[in-house]
Design a protein around this ligand. Structure first.
Ligand code: URA
Length: 205
């Protein structure tokens, strides 16, 4: 009976799943500070490629949309350079709530813990099952952890990956590029990121 109830309660569409996520209590620490809401995935539900980030940032939390802050703007530029149209992609995050720490008046991003990533993993996998994309792109280690259930080194594993049951690709997170202090290193890392996105386009094409 309990099993039957679990089956009956399971979201039957992406819209139902998103309603559950939106109504959920945030698990991440930032939630204790009260300003956080769930940022849901965005894009066409028949997208061939789904990009998975880490978690919404300050601006995403305010606007309620994924990848609209500085990392999102960098991603937009790189996507366009690689010949990918953001509007044809589905963008979502491993963790759906912004985790932060107050520093003065600023909300500073905090990396989600292993248990937080695991907590949100069920939602991510359910979301992907509804979307059933041809390729899932992990942006950074947290996304790869959420997709594979284990720690993944981006440096060692960058490139084609399986994220069962999906074909996948692992690359860096755009905020890693923003953080590189040296202009030359940054430019090189950005070119490598655009090259990865070109491969993504070819793999999904
Ligand atoms: N970084 C992410 O990982 N996701 C967002 O939505 C924005 C920034």
């Amino acid at each position: 009976k309990a099993l039957q109830k679990m089956r009956d309660d399971r979201p039957k569409s992406l819209a139902e799943l998103n309603a559950v996520i939106a109504a959920s209590e945030p698990l991440v620490l930032g939630a204790m500070l009260g300003a956080t809401r769930a940022v849901l995935g965005e894009g066409p539900t028949d997208a061939e490629i789904v990009f998975v980030g880490e978690q919404p940032g300050d601006q995403e939390d305010r606007e309620g949309r994924p990848f609209v802050g500085p990392a999102g703007q960098l991603l937009d530029r790189a996507l366009a350079e690689a010949g990918l149209d953001r509007r044809s992609l589905y963008l979502t995050n491993a963790v759906k709530h912004f985790k932060f720490e107050m520093r003065g008046k600023r909300r500073i991003h905090q990396k989600p813990s292993l248990s937080e990533v695991k907590h949100y993993r069920w939602w991510l996998m359910a979301e992907l099952e509804f979307l059933s994309p041809r390729l899932v792109v992990a942006l950074g280690g947290t996304a790869a952890l959420a997709l594979s259930g284990r720690q993944v080194s981006v440096t060692k594993m960058r490139g084609r990956q399986e994220f069962p049951p999906f074909a996948g690709f692992l690359t860096v997170h755009p905020s890693y590029l923003l953080r590189l202090p040296d202009a030359e290193a940054k430019a090189g890392a950005y070119r490598a990121f655009v090259d990865d996105l070109r491969q993504v386009r070819e793999l999904a094409g």
